[in-house]
Design a binder for this molecule. Sequence first.
Ligand code: 5GP
Length: 128
Amino acid sequence: MPVKGLGPYDANNIFARILRGEIPSRKVFENEWALAFHDINPQAPVHVLVIPKRPCVSFADFAAVAEEAEIAGFMRAVGVVARELGLEEPGYRLLANMGEHAGQEVAHFHVHIFGGRPLGPMLARGTT
Ligand code: 5GP
């Protein structure tokens, strides 16, 4: 079910529980700002999620409230993860779903990293 992407943070959302180590994940990276782990339902040969440590519902929330150091730390972490996954040379796609129209399902801000094959058009065609 898509979430609103705005509003109060639910400390029991699935990614909050992964951050606390209550639910296992296939971790690929962690530092002060971010945690990265493989998506449980991959949509490409490489499909990794990067989440900030700060509890934020969505991109809109994170962009509005995070400190500069958190934003920089998070963005750098996304770059490091993609590089460490070997995706820089072939290329990769970043995606962040925000709210209902984007189909955001987990209300903790996350960036998807997709790679490992040509990824096709940016959005499904013929549906404008
Ligand atoms: P969204 O639609 O919110 O942008 O993406 C949520 C993503 O989280 C989906 O790609 C989904 O497969 C992934 N996901 C949902 N639950 C879990 C989980 O328990 N573990 C992992 N690793 N990924 C999850």
